[in-house]
Design a binder for this molecule. Structure first.
Ligand SMILES: Cc1cc2nc3c(=O)[nH]c(=O)nc-3n(C[C@H](O)[C@H](O)[C@H](O)COP(=O)(O)OP(=O)(O)OC[C@H]3O[C@@H](n4cnc5c(N)ncnc54)[C@H](O)[C@@H]3O)c2cc1C
Length: 417
């Protein structure tokens, strides 16, 4: 019956992904004694999504390998993990949530970590069989079953498109990427670094069509057979994987009347991840937070951010009032052909400085605006990222220090001090 609490918990965590899982962990490890209820709508317990386009898709990691913690851990930690269950309504004035099981749960503090959903492309033929999106383990199962060893067209030249092209190539597929950008990963890293990754894909047999766009799918007997592009290409395809970005899932937050960040498309939070509703925090892909590091609101869709947000939110749900001070970090692998790490995010940079050698495959690219470091990409030079983190937090223009960034023999310790 609506409005009647059938249960009371201290901490209600909404969403069954990484941010919620790590929040549950840190609540317990930081001394929370009361009941913790984690509600997620997927069939699996919280798991790491990165293997969905990498090791799990390739068949070298098991489903259990992807899990945040083994199944017995949840019980040991006295965390009530509810899978296959959605929170359908949040009443932030009454501090109550309604579950798809029809239970009403009262809470003292709540976390909204509802993540993101894939952006679907609504073009002619999009209903045909053999067209896939990738967000969850089940999608990876379907892609492996349907696309391994076949002709596959990937729509999108960012992480998902590039990672899946690499993984499926290992499984014997013949892969072609169609993308709007001139070179892969250009939007995040610029043309120079993007070209480096594109060359790794091409030398392993991936075909790439840049500055083009999906127009429609063609097929027969209900199944996709070809991708037609605006530029006039007709690419035969036994299967298609679309990696066209994600939309943060603000459905519940919007219905509950929480303040949203329309510009970044997430739930608006302060520097401690607190939302506009009393006792409610947000974390992970859905959280647009006022970053004390960047001096502006940001929203980031990366594993490490969701992981660290979970910790910050947990501490603040226990009353610590701690701002989130981690510099966002990201990693990606394309089979074993190339790996990258990145800190930032850089937005609107006006200068790129390369340290090391792209030809040798060991370099970092530094993204600056008005002489200030906004971000850095590393391929085989992880140590550079520690300096980049320091300089991003410092936020001052480097002046002469910029020359040292471009000189792989120069020490970086003294720069920016
Ligand atoms: C294929 C793939 C590969 C990736 N690879 C990388 C990588 O290499 N490096 C990197 O840094 N990042 C990577 N990412 C991104 C990273 O996985 C995400 O940033 C991270 O998963 C975000 O975690 P989250 O907890 O915020 O959201 P999610 O993982 O999306 O979890 C949110 C969960 O909440 C559930 N939910 C939503 N609404 C409700 C509701 N009302 N009730 C109950 N449950 C609800 C959703 O079903 C979902 O299970 C990858 C992502 C994907 C999909």
């Amino acid at each position: 019956m609506p409005g009647v609490s059938t249960r009371k918990v201290e901490h209600l965590l909404i969403g069954g992904g990484l941010a919620s899982a790590n929040c549950a962990r840190w609540l317990r490890e930081s001394g929370a004694e009361g009941e913790i209820l984690l509600v997620g709508r997927e069939p699996d317990p919280p798991y790491n999504r990165p293997p969905c386009s990498k090791g799990y898709l390739q068949g070298i990691e098991s489903r259990e390998d992807t899990y945040f913690r083994p199944n017995e851990w949840w019980e040991k930690q006295r965390i009530d993990l509810r899978t296959r269950t959605s929170v359908t309504r949040l009443d932030t004035a009454a501090k109550e949530a309604t579950l798809s099981s029809r239970e009403v749960v009262a809470y003292d503090t709540a976390l909204l970590a509802t993540g993101a959903n894939v952006r679907r492309l609504n073009v002619d033929g999009c209903e045909l069989e053999g067209i896939h999106y990738l967000r969850a383990l089940g999608n990876a199962d379907a892609i492996r079953a349907d696309a391994a060893g076949k002709r596959v067209v990937l729509i999108g030249g960012s992480y998902i498109g590039c990672e899946v092209a690499a993984s499926l190539t290992l499984l014997g597929s013949s892969c072609t990427i169609v993308m709007q950008e001139a070179v892969t990963l250009q939007r995040g890293f610029g043309k120079r670094a993007g070209r480096f990754f594109q060359e790794r894909l091409v030398e392993h047999g991936v075909s790439i069509h840049g500055e083009d766009e999906l127009e429609r799918f063609e097929g027969a007997d209900g199944r996709v057979g070809a991708v037609v592009t605006r530029g006039g290409l007709r690419l035969e395809a036994d299967a298609v994987v679309i990696g066209a970005g994600v939309n943060p899932d603000t459905t519940l937050a919007r219905a509950a009347g929480l303040q949203l960040d329309e510009e970044r498309g997430g739930i608006a939070c302060d520097g401690t991840l607190r939302t506009s509703a009393p006792g409610v925090w947000a974390a992970g892909d859905v959280a647009a937070y006022d970053s004390v590091v960047h001096g502006r609101p940001i929203r980031v869709e990366h594993w490490d951010v969701a992981f660290n947000h979970g910790k910050t939110a947990a501490l603040n749900m226990l009353g610590r009032e701690q701002p989130h001070t981690e510099v966002p970090y990201f990693f990606s692998d394309f089979a074993d052909w190339a790996s990258l790490e990145y800190v930032g995010p850089a937005q609107g940079w006006d200068e790129e400085i390369v340290r090391g050698s792209l030809d040798d495959g060991s370099f970092s690219v530094w993204y600056l605006k008005d002489g200030r470091v906004l971000g850095a990409l590393s391929v085989g030079r992880s140590d550079d990222l520690d300096h980049a983190r320091r300089l991003i937090v410092d936020g001052r223009a480097l002046g002469d220090g910029r020359a040292a960034l471009g000189d792989a023999d120069a020490e970086l310790e003294g720069i920016g001090c």
